[in-house]
Design a protein around this ligand. Sequence first.
Ligand SMILES: [Zn+2]
Ligand SMILES: [Zn+2]
Length: 433
Amino acid sequence: MAGVAALSLAAAPAQADELRDAVTADLPGLIALYEDLHANPELSFQEVETAKKLAARARALGFEVTEGVGKTGVVAVMRNGDGPTVMLRADMDGLPVIEQTGLPYASKRRAVPQSGIETGVMHACGHDTHMAGWVGTAQLLAARRDQWSGTLVMILQPAEEIGEGAKAMLDDGLYTRFPKPDYVLAFHDAAQAPAGMIGYANGFALANVDSVDIVVPGVGGHGAYPHTTKDPVVLASAIVMRLQTLVSRELNPTESAVVTVGSFQAGSKHNIIPDEARLQITVRSYSDAARKLLLDGIARIARGEAVAAGMPDDKMPRVSVADPYTPATFNTAALTQRVAALLAPRFEGRVKEVPAVMGGEDFSQFYRADRDNVESLILWVGGVRAEEWAKAEKGEITLPSLHSPFWAPDAPVVIATATEALTAATLDLMAKP
Ligand SMILES: [Zn+2]
Ligand SMILES: [Zn+2]
């Protein structure tokens, strides 16, 4: 499907130019909003000012707005006759990152995250572009009520970065207190694609993300008398090495997964065998079955290696899996193909099927909450400035990733592209019969 855009030379629909012109006219206002959001980021579940600011905008456009859904979330509903219910989502939170872009509207904000240690705050994931695109789309759809029929639900989700915000909104009645969507759509800016490109994965788009902690007990003692101890450093090392076989030897090789031990802590001094080691592991997968295989395997290996090391039953490793986890994001086939076919001629040469990535997004929750009745799609919108992309292609620079203190997307292009794409998709899904 990567060639879809190139094949389509048909004239764009009459609406295309009108819509693009409207986006262009709205863009200066959206950029001003973006710069304000960028300069004033808020951490997960602290998006109080952000929510208030954007709720007021939605209210002014004629939406019924409810604040405080899932702590700081916002739900804006516009009922416009019979037809499908379409939900558009933007996430609001920034990250505990000290901005180093040098932009005139760079964030100087500080705040205290869950860790309890004060830090700088930055929209290093581009959620500010998502919110500006969300407002842009809301404006265009509100002004075109005569062109669509159905119920539009526009939500601002908190706490994506800690994987809890989508679940918090669902647990607070997103699908029971408000109209339940037939379609849910969102976009995410992309740090590894040129500005204005639209990427879509067909099927899995982002991974299951699990955080696993293992406490490995030992029996401590003098480093010179190891025979009087049970060394947890050696045992935990054996666990780390054996974990490498989960993906290489147990998972079907046509499936993708990652088991990374990101932290290994033990001991305090050369000549002391400690009485405990601790491992922190990130586990990435796509299917529920692969996830189960990996998590079961981690528990089995930890125990098996402890038995092999001669640990007694009451000193088996303790394995804990963080709950809730971030489930894999899935783009459903019919919606994905419909939107891709719609956008390809409109954005000629800029729409491309892309592979899934091992990052995580709790946008997944909106589909998983009712897999039989909800169709879902998240689009990537490339954000790398043309001149930087050209340099990177020549190997002259390395591009910063999302979450980097240097990530500075080409915001006008991202916002314009996303606003037009989401508006066009929604108008298509809610077209009057
Ligand atoms: Zn992020
Ligand atoms: Zn993000």
